[in-house]
Design a protein around this ligand. Structure first.
Ligand code: HDE
Length: 740
């Protein structure tokens, strides 16, 4: 509908009948990172560019050239039913701009979500690096983008995949990008193979399926022929491939970096991000349901948590190793990105704290246009000769030129350093700076010789002069790079029995989706070299014989730090569903408050929306209806009674019959949607609490009331402490593997 603002001196249109504002509003206050390009034109006049950046903030709708518009809903025509005129500039400008709104999505990591935050250094890394932002209590603004790797921009969040964990630190010494993943190893040891692994993982080129999946022939064809991918693939098949939340993922720099201290001494180091909430995952069935029920699950979870003030936090830590000519540690080649160094051998030392506290204001301008690069380094952090890292140092700037349309992407607000920029890079597509001066070259006399170069003492980034081993030009890898199975075996042996079951199920699922038997058989041969039981059980699931190992099994000690099971974590930010039909509201109120008191998020689930107990003076707002609630959203479920099927609800008659049959008593039927909630919560090994007849729900769902993690009691306050205790361990592990 037409919406015009009254122009002084001209009668305004009829007031709109819907709820659009009828008066011009003042512009919203700009966010610090949305200040837009320079607002003074070469003629010295204000350009109004800030206004343009603020879009809806201005009073009147204009064209891109600043002409006020009387109408934006009707093309210029010859009479109301006549032809549209080509001379309608606004029509052409509006549609032309729209036609070009999309930029190419990232060739990998296309699907992502991001947040702003702050990093505070602990000062504990001073002996190994001179990086100023790691100094004690130094605060640095950051922008963090999490992503999946294989899927397109519109794919689901909870697919089985590696997750990107890219952090841009806007330090006083320039931008530092730590462009990592949630898995500490990579598929390949040399960047030259990156197009191969990605072509294999992406959808098949003929039918463009499957989307955002590794469960297909080309992926398994590649990783079974290319056994250095075995370690990363095993991590993907473990629970690490399906995180519960971005807030509950570890991050890894993957490569070994070289740190340099104030005296020029060097130390090799690996970066780790440790989430305050612990490392947790979904179970596979849950992840699959989530992909349909809420494809934006991780994106929503991150934004909701930040908006609610539950700011996600990670500690940055480093493992350090002496910078010896061999660049190995305890026999592990530090230049091989398919290897980890177990934390038991080199503990992760905390060096700072990351807090995400602000959601982006514009997805395109920030999350989509942010451009990371592992070569954005600050004094005190240098790279090693890891051949994978070398290729990355080339790739990231190159890809931005296509993706962001030219070489000036560093001028985009989200990419601008907070340190002063004084470069001699000029012109090019999308240049927004209006450079002064006549001599963008060095040496010059015309601009007084300015600008000058700095020495290390004035904060310059000086590459550390390390010895490089001399040798012949070859296309080879060191012998140590050919050990492809000892660390996968170590990872397997470090997992708890439940986690091992999940790995077996994941391989069985993925390989069942392949068409080629030869590929399955080849994967089984790689599994035989990891562990005979793993191989045997996957082979059984596929109905194939289990092959013998082709090389002796590695004699490796487990690394307990690799398992996600066995520790306790804070429950803050966890989501608890409270199911009620509106009866016993007192207990719902009390349970809700008790959940809040634990720093968790209660979501009240009821037959219909609105409020419960409107007449009580203390109404309870319903956040989810039975029709919209799905168990995937809740970390634990509380049942305040056993809601009966509504007589007029869709499917209620079937439900009555179904649950009545189970309980053998049609009079005690439970709403089928609540039965489904309970069933899934149970199957996914989450805590279940209940009171006021909730045992009828267990009964209808076929759940024994004395099963592990099923907590009954007189009211919510009685059951909640045990539910919270279970939540600190994330899942009721004892319920596996029988539940799945
Ligand atoms: Fe990337 N990677 N990558 N990668 N990568 C990109 O850069 C590349 C690798 C990672 O949220 C691209 O801007 C090569 C390892 C993240 O914007 C591209 C190789 C690790 C992100 C690229 C690797 C990563 C990217 C695509 C092998 C973990 C998303 C869009 C040599 C340490 C960043 C872009 C964001 C994105 C190339 C391997 C992490 C094409 C050639 C190893 C988190 O430049």
């Amino acid at each position: 509908m037409e919406q015009q603002h009254p122009v002084p001196g001209r009668p305004g249109p009829e007031p709109p009948s819907l709820e659009e504002p009828t008066e011009p509003r003042g512009p919203l206050p700009p966010k610090p990172d949305q200040s837009g390009p320079a607002t003074v034109s070469p003629t010295g006049q204000p350009t109004g560019a800030d206004r343009a950046v603020m879009a809806q903030g201005g009073e009147y709708l204009t064209t891109a050239q600043g002409h006020r518009l009387p109408d934006t809903d009707h093309s210029l025509k010859v009479g109301a039913r006549g032809p549209v005129l080509l001379r309608d500039h606004h029509l052409r400008e509006k549609i032309t701009h729209f036609d070009h709104e999309r930029i190419p999505e990232r060739v990998v990591h296309a699907r992502g979500a991001a947040a702003h935050g702050v990093f505070r250094g602990y000062g504990t890394a001073a002996s190994v690096t001179r990086a100023a932002f790691l100094g004690k209590d130094v605060e640095t603004p950051v922008f963090v983008r999490f992503s999946t790797v294989l899927g397109s921009r519109g794919s689901a969040d909870t697919v089985r995949d590696t997750r990107g964990f890219a952090v841009k630190f806007y330090t006083g010494e320039g931008v530092f990008d730590l462009v990592g993943n949630n898995i500490p190893v990579f598929f390949i040891q040399d960047a030259i193979k990156f197009p191969d692994v990605i072509h294999a993982g992406k959808p098949h080129p003929d039918r463009e399926i499957p989307q955002a999946q590794s469960a297909h022939d080309t992926f398994w064809d590649f990783v079974s022929l290319h056994t250095e991918a075995t370690h990363h693939t095993l991590w993907n098949m473990s629970d690490r491939g399906i995180p519960r939340s971005y807030r509950m993922m570890e991050g890894f720099g993957v490569h070994t970096f070289r740190l340099v201290n104030a005296d020029g001494e060097t130390t090799l180091a690996k970066f780790h991000w440790k989430p305050r909430l612990g490392v947790h995952s979904q179970v596979w069935e849950e992840a699959q349901i989530t992909s349909g029920a809420d494809p934006d699950f991780h994106r929503r979870d991150l934004a909701d948590a930040i908006e609610a003030g539950a700011h996600p936090q990670w500690e940055l830590g480093i493992q350090t190793f002496p910078d010896t000519p061999e660049q190995t540690f305890e026999g592990i080649d530090l230049l091989d990105p398919t290897k980890i160094v177990p934390e038991e051998l080199a503990p992760v030392q905390p060096i700072g704290l990351l807090t995400l506290d602000r959601n982006p204001g514009n997805f395109f301008a920030e999350t989509e246009q942010v451009a990371f690069h592992p070569g954005h380094l600050v004094p005190g952090i240098d790279v090693t000769d890891d051949p994978l890292l070398a290729g990355r140092l080339f790739s990231y700037i190159d890809t931005q030129i296509t993706r962001l349309g030219g070489p000036n992407f560093a001028q985009l607000p989200i990419n601008r350093p907070h340190a002063p920029v004084n470069d001699m890079l000029r012109d090019g597509m999308h240049q927004t700076a209006v450079h002064r001066g006549t001599a963008p070259y060095r040496p010059n006399s015309l601009d007084g010789g300015c600008p000058f170069t700095a020495g290390a003492d004035a904060g310059a980034y000086v590459e550390v002069p390390v010895e490089v081993p001399a040798g012949r030009k070859v296309r080879e890898v060191p012998a140590s790079f050919s050990d492809h199975f000892s660390q996968p075996r170590q990872f397997w042996l470090s997992l708890s029995p439940v986690e091992q079951e999940h790995v077996i199920s994941a391989y069985t699922f993925e390989l069942s989706r392949c068409y080629e038997n030869a590929i399955r058989e080849r994967v089984l041969r790689t599994l035989a070299n990891i562990d005979p039981r793993l191989c045997q059980e996957v082979a059984e699931g596929l109905g194939l014989p289990a092959p013998e190992p082709s090389e002796p099994l590695a004699d490796v000690a487990p690394s307990p730090a690799l398992s996600q099971v066995g520790r306790e974590w804070p429950v803050a930010g966890r989501v608890v569903g409270i199911v009620t039909d509106g009866g016993g509201l007192e207990s719902v109120r009390a349970a809700r408050q008790a959940v809040l008191d634990q720093g968790m998020v209660p979501l009240v689930v009821a037959p219909t929306g609105g409020v419960l107990g409107a007449d009580t003076g203390d109404p309870v707002t319903v956040q989810r209806t039975f029709a919209a609630a799905r168990s995937i959203e809740f970390d634990a479920l509380l049942l305040a009674g056993a809601p009966a099927p509504a007589a007029d609800a869709h499917g209620a008659r079937d439900a009555k019959a179904g649950s009545g049959n189970r309980s053998g008593d049609a009079g005690s039927a439970v709403d089928p949607r609540v039965v489904l909630l309970a069933c899934e919560t149970y199957r996914h090994s989450k805590a279940l609490g209940g009171w006021a007849g909730a045992e009828r729900v267990w009964q209808a769902a076929g759940i024994a009331s004395d099963a592990p993690g099923v907590v009954g009691g007189g009211d919510g306050l009685e059951v909640l402490p045990e539910v919270v205790r279970l939540l600190t361990r994330h899942r009721v592990w004892e319920r596996f593997p029988s539940a799945l």
